[in-house]
Every structure is written in C-alpha cells, then in structure tokens.
Design a binder for this molecule. Structure first.
Ligand SMILES: [Zn+2]
Length: 174
C-alpha cells in the first residue's frame, strides 16, 4: 500500500507539473522543488480510508481538508486533470477491495465532472460506461457520495451485480 501511495504521489506531481503554478492547491503554500497539485504536508493528508474488503461499497476520503479542495475543483469541471486525479485514487482504492472485474461503469449523474470521471475509469478498467444497469453484467456505481443504503436502493430495481465507490461517504442515510 505504501508503494501504491508513493506511486500515486509521483503520478500527481508528474501530471500536474506543466499546468500548475508552484502553489499548493489547498494551503496555497509556495512550493520550490516541484510543481505538484498539493504540497507534501497536504499530500500526506490525502490518505485513502480503510474499509473491510467484504464491503460492497467504498469511498476515498473524509470530506475535509485537501480532499474537499480537490473535490471542489473537480466538481466545477474546469480541468480534466482533477478527474484524472480522482480516477487514479479510485483505482488504488478498488485494487484494495476484493472485488471482481467490472463490465460496466454505472454513472447516473449528468454532470460534466462525473462524466469525465466515468470516462477515465472506463479506460483504466476496460469497462463500458452505462446510465442504467445491464442484465447479467458486473457494475461499478460511481457517485460523489455513497453508502450501503444508496447501493441497496440501486440494487432493488436491478438483477445485476453492483458495487459502489464514492469520493466521500454519504452520512445522511445509514
Ligand atoms: Zn498544502
């Protein structure tokens, strides 16, 4: 896991080095040695949440600090880089779960940001993006916020297998 996190940190620095000024996106601290999205201290706070492997849902971060800044930038859809970054974090989190291979990315949202994210994930996972579940296929439902209750509701009107990943956990229901 440490290796994955380090690789991700390296990746974040690389992909953002051309586009971003040397100022941390979250704390706005000047960065001398590299042009990353976040300074080293903020990058350390972007730690993926730990969840049991037998769960059917997972999420990336608690809704605070640099994660919330990253989400705000992602949600306003100004740069495809933010979708790429969140997709990379999702791939790391998915690799930690004991989940099967996915046939489809289930994206119910019409927002540009979520569409970008679905597209990025579909490349990583070699899966098709769909708006409604396909019969007999294994789906990865993506939402900004998720929990088991939301997944249960999605499963009720479908016979397909659905696993769910959110950027954050939805705390309102269950
Ligand atoms: Zn910072």
């Amino acid at each position: 896991m440490v290796v994955l996190q380090k690789t991700l940190g390296f990746f974040l620095k690389k992909i953002s080095s051309v586009i971003f000024p040397p100022i941390c996106l979250h704390c706005e601290k000047e960065m001398k040695d590299n042009h990353s999205l976040f300074c080293d201290s903020c990058l350390e706070l972007l730690t993926l949440c730990d969840l049991p492997k037998n769960s059917h849902t997972t999420y990336l971060f608690e809704k605070i600090g640099p994660a919330l800044t990253l989400y705000s930038c992602f949600a306003n859809g100004s740069q495809v880089l933010f979708s790429k970054t969140i997709a990379a974090y999702m791939m790391v989190q998915i690799s930690r779960m004991a989940w099967p291979d996915f046939h489809c990315i289930l994206n119910p949202s019409k927002s540009f940001a979520m569409r970008d994210l679905a597209r990025e994930l579909s490349c990583f996972l070699h899966a098709t993006v769909v708006r409604v579940p396909k019969k007999g296929a294994v789906h990865l439902l993506i939402l900004p916020e998720i929990n088991e209750e939301i997944l249960r509701q999605k499963k009720e009107d479908s016979t397909s297998k659905i696993f769910g990943i959110g950027i954050f956990r939805n705390k309102n229901s269950g």
